[in-house]
Design a protein around this ligand. Structure first.
Ligand code: BES
Ligand code: MN
Ligand code: MN
Length: 475
């Protein structure tokens, strides 16, 4: 039975959409780039903005400091609904992040990244850094909470909800695990986590994501001579760190594009035949997807023996994310640099362990140390992969909420991206996560001109409002 309040909540949200968009614009104006110390204050301001929003919706909300006095992190927003004492339904932990990626390269933006722009063409959208990742998606939840409070008089309509908004997701969640450990008492009563930070299957095709990949991120620096050298005097007589580095890196994949680190695939969970068949039925067209990002169909390359979708959702990869060394300015300079470096990361799947992979990669590098050179190996950060249960009551409730809100049953998909908190919540608190996200593949996540389409904002906002109704029915 839908609660009598539901239809009023839905009408209010529809009526308030322009105001919602304006609120999101205000939040997006705050440049909460967590990786860059210059934006520390902006991060705090963005956190405060969200905390105040939750407080206005009846949550007891505040900022919690992270890290240590010497090495302070960005604050976490933690909020709770009071919750009736006899409440027996699910206690939801809503997780999102208020931090965003750096906006560079700035010159590729058609409008400034922190001056959000509303455009009607080709479809109505809001363009700004953080529009879909993740402020716009957290906004869906915030607006649904506000409407339920206004209509029912109760925070979250009477459902027990805890909110955790992180400010370091885009910079490796370095303080998150310690925060969870230190606040087990406050988080430990939650029964399920809901995260809106993933995508849909396609336009108008909502989805629940039941798996995200893990990550191991490293930097490797190859040192050669104690100074830069004239390439005419020293080329051919001594090692060039750039040339040596690329020769090593080229060995990272074999001819089948499989990663060559011994044992890399040992823990990889095989794809079940039933999963394979379900994924095939989703009708994902690789050529169509590649076309959107400017590739011809023959760009469908990756590990041999696996489909386009399987390679993203269920297979690990190695990527070089950046490589620098030597002269990169204008014109020409004949030089052999003293060192060269690369950022190398691995996307991981269940049941691979990021620490093991990093160690194995470093061992692999050391076994290939070019003659006369020396490695400096840096472990940046990582995150565990997470595959969640698809047969829980809560996931069924979320699926019904999405179906009622969008008029379409959500597809069950996986994602190649990483959301480290899910793995931590599972291992530390035993929590399952429901990823209900509303992004699109062409939202330009982490790129210039990031956008969130208003149709997606609408679907997500209503889905969160209906989710409250579904949870109320489970009391
Ligand atoms: N929201 C993304 C993850 C994501 C992207 C999930 C697309 C599904 C589809 C998240 O903010 C993100 O960017 N995560 C990082 C994790 C890293 C910094 C530890 C990622 O995936 O690179
Ligand atoms: Mn995100
Ligand atoms: Mn991101």
């Amino acid at each position: 039975m839908p609660s009598p309040n539901l239809s009023r909540v839905v009408s209010l949200l529809k009526e308030r959409e322009p105001a919602q968009v304006q609120e999101l614009v205000n939040w997006l104006k705050i440049p909460s780039i967590s990786t860059d110390p210059q934006y520390r204050q902006a991060c705090r301001e963005a956190a405060k903005w969200a905390s105040d929003h939750l407080a206005a919706s009846g949550f007891s909300s505040g900022l919690r400091e992270t890290g240590s006095a010497q090495n302070a992190g960005h604050p976490i927003v933690l909020a709770h609904t009071p919750g009736a004492p006899d409440y027996k339904g699910p206690h939801v932990l809503f997780y999102g992040h208020y931090d965003v990626q750096p906006a560079d390269p700035l010159e590729l933006w058609n409008s400034p990244p922190f001056s959000p722009k509303i455009a009607d063409q080709p479809t109505p959208r809001i363009i700004a850094r953080g529009a879909v990742d993740d402020k716009g998606q957290v906004m869906m939840f915030l607006s649904a909470m506000r409407a339920w409070k206004e209509i029912s008089g109760l925070a979250a309509g009477g459902v027990k909800v805890t909110v955790l908004l992180e400010g370091e997701e885009e910079s490796g969640s370095v303080n998150l695990d310690a925060f969870i450990d230190a606040n087990k008492a406050e988080l430990g009563n939650c029964t399920v986590c809901v995260i809106s930070d993933t995508g849909m299957l396609d336009r108008g095709k909502p989805a629940i994501t039941y798996g995200v990949r893990g990550l191991a991120y490293t930097e490797i620096i190859l040192h050669g001579a104690n100074q830069d050298l004239h390439s005419g005097m020293w080329g051919g007589k001594s090692p060039n760190p750039i040339s040596e580095l690329v020769k090593v890196l080229a060995q990272l994949w074999d001819k089948d594009r499989r990663v060559t680190i011994p044992g890399f695939y040992d823990k990889v969970r095989p794809i079940a035949q039933s999963e394979r068949e379900e994924w095939n039925r989703l009708g994902i067209d690789p050529a169509e997807a590649l076309k959107k990002i400017g590739f011809p169909p023959e760009a469908n390359v990756g590990e041999a023996g696996f489909s386009f979708t399987e390679r993203e959702w269920a297979r690990p990869t190695a990527e070089i994310n950046g490589i620098v060394g030597g002269y990169t300015g204008k014109g020409a300079k004949t030089v052999i640099p003293s060192h060269a470096s690369a950022k190398v990361s691995f996307r991981l799947v269940a049941d691979q362990d990021p620490h093991w992979v990093t160690e194995a990669f470093f061992r692999w590098c050391k076994e290939r140390t070019p003659a006369g050179c020396r490695w400096e190996l840096i472990d940046h950060h990582g995150g565990n992969p997470a595959t969640v249960k698809t047969d829980s009551r809560e996931l069924a409730a979320a699926a019904r909420a999405i179906e009622r809100a969008c008029g379409t049953r959500p597809a069950l998909i996986k994602s190649g991206g990483s959301i480290p908190v899910a793995g931590s919540l599972k291992s530390k608190l035993g929590l399952e996560t429901i990823f209900m996200g509303f992004g699109l593949d062409d939202d330009r996540v982490h790129s210039p001109n990031e956008k969130f389409e208003l149709e997606c904002l609408r679907m997500g906002t209503l889905s969160h409002a209906y989710l409250i109704d579904e949870l109320l029915a489970m009391r």
